[in-house]
Design a protein around this ligand. Structure first.
Ligand code: SAM
Length: 288
C-alpha cells in the first residue's frame, strides 16, 4: 500500500500529515495540482496544490456552516451565487433551502468538478441534477465583472488567496459583489485559520467594511484544517441581519424542515462569539 504522506507546511514550521493510501485521481490542470486520495481514517480527501480542501469525514461541518448561517440570516433567500465550490458540497447544502429558486455556481476549474463528481460523489450527491442549479465554468473575477444578474446571497468558496483565488480577496472584487447583491443581500467568504493566517481575516473585514455596512466573522472548527478554528466573514448592507435573535433563527430553521449534523440555531448564534486572539490586532499582526 502506498503510504506516501501528503503534508501541508502551515507556514509556521509545523505541518499535518495524511497517509495517502490509494491515489484515485491526480492531474495538473490549467490552474492547480488536483489529487483525490483514500485515507482509512478520513475516507476520500481532495487536495489542491497540496492544501487539503475537503474530506469525506468532516466536509459536512464546513459546508453546513458556510451555507446555513447566511441562508437562515436572510429572511427569504431566492437567488444564490456560489463562487468556487468545485467539490459541490456548498451547492448541495444551499439547495436544501425550500426558498431557494436558483443557484449559479461559478467554478474556474472543470477538472475539480469532474474529479469530485467521479471520485467523491457523496459530496455533491444529485446537486448538479437539481433544475435550480446552474454550473458555469469561468473565472469568478470575469463573471462578476460581466454579469447583469443580482443575487440575495453570494458565497465565495474559493481556495486560499493564491493563484486564481488571490483577486477574490481584493477590495475591487468585494465592491463588484456588493453591486451584484439585491437589497438586504448577504456576502460570505471563507477566510482560513486565524491562528495561522493572522491578520488575513482582519484585512478582509476592513476591506469589506468599505462597501458593506455590517461585517462580522464567525467561526467553526473543521478537524482536518490544521491550526484550530477557521473563520468565515459575513457582510451585508442591511442592519439587523448579522446579530439575529436565536428565536428568529430557530423559527426559520424549523420551517425549513431539514436535518443537519453540525449546524443548529444555537451554534449559529454562538459562532459569532470569537476568542480574544481572533480580534486582537497586535496578536494577529505578529502572525502576519
Ligand atoms: N472547501 C475548500 C476550502 O475549504 O477551502 C474550498 C472549496 S473549492 C475546492 C475551492 C475552489 O475555488 C476550487 O475548486 C478552485 O478551482 C476554485 N477557484 C479558485 N479561484 C477561482 C476563481 N478565480 N474563480 C472561480 N473559482 C475559483
Amino acid at each position: 500500500m502506498d503510504l506516501r504522506e501528503s503534508s501541508q507546511q502551515a507556514g509556521t514550521h509545523f505541518s499535518q500529515k495524511f497517509a495517502v493510501e490509494q491515489i484515485l485521481f491526480e492531474k495538473k490542470s490549467q490552474f492547480q495540482h488536483i489529487c483525490v486520495f483514500h485515507n482509512t481514517g478520513l475516507g476520500r480527501v481532495l487536495v489542491l496544490d497540496n492544501i487539503v480542501q475537503t474530506t469525506e469525514l468532516d466536509e459536512f461541518i464546513y459546508h453546513e456552516m458556510f451555507a446555513h448561517v447566511p441562508l437562515f440570516s436572510h429572511p427569504n433567500p431566492k437567488s444564490v451565487l456560489i463562487i468556487g465550490g468545485g467539490d459541490g458540497g456548498l451547492l448541495r447544502e444551499v439547495l436544501r433551502h425550500p426558498s431557494v429558486e436558483t443557484v449559479d455556481m461559478v467554478e474556474i476549474d472543470a477538472d475539480v468538478v469532474h474529479a469530485c463528481r467521479k471520485f467523491m460523489p457523496f459530496i455533491c450527491r444529485d446537486a448538479y441534477e437539481d433544475p435550480r442549479s446552474n454550473l458555469i465554468i469561468d473565472d469568478a473575477l470575469v463573471y462578476i465583472q460581466e454579469t447583469e444578474k443580482t443575487y440575495d446571497v453570494i458565497l465565495c468558496d474559493s481556495t486560499d488567496p493564491t493563484g486564481p483565488s488571490e483577486a477574490l480577496f481584493s477590495p475591487a472584487f468585494f465592491d463588484m459583489c456588493s453591486e451584484s447583491l439585491n437589497s438586504g443581500g448577504i456576502f460570505v467568504n471563507q477566510c482560513g485559520i486565524p491562528f495561522l493566517r493572522g491578520n488575513h481575516h482582519h484585512k478582509v473585514i476592513d476591506d469589506l467594511g468599505l462597501v458593506f455596512s455590517e461585517v462580522a466573522a464567525y467561526q467553526t472548527t473543521v478537524p482536518t484544517y490544521s491550526g484550530g478554528p477557521m473563520v468565515f466573514v459575513m457582510a451585508t448592507k442591511n442592519s439587523g441581519v448579522i446579530d439575529l435573535p436565536v428565536e428568529t433563527i430557530n423559527t426559520r430553521y424549523t420551517a425549513a424542515e431539514f436535518k443537519t449534523l453540525c449546524y443548529n440555531p444555537a451554534v449559529h448564534k454562538a459562532a459569532f462569539a470569537l476568542p480574544e486572539y481572533m480580534t486582537d490586532p497586535l496578536w494577529l499582526k505578529l502572525r502576519g
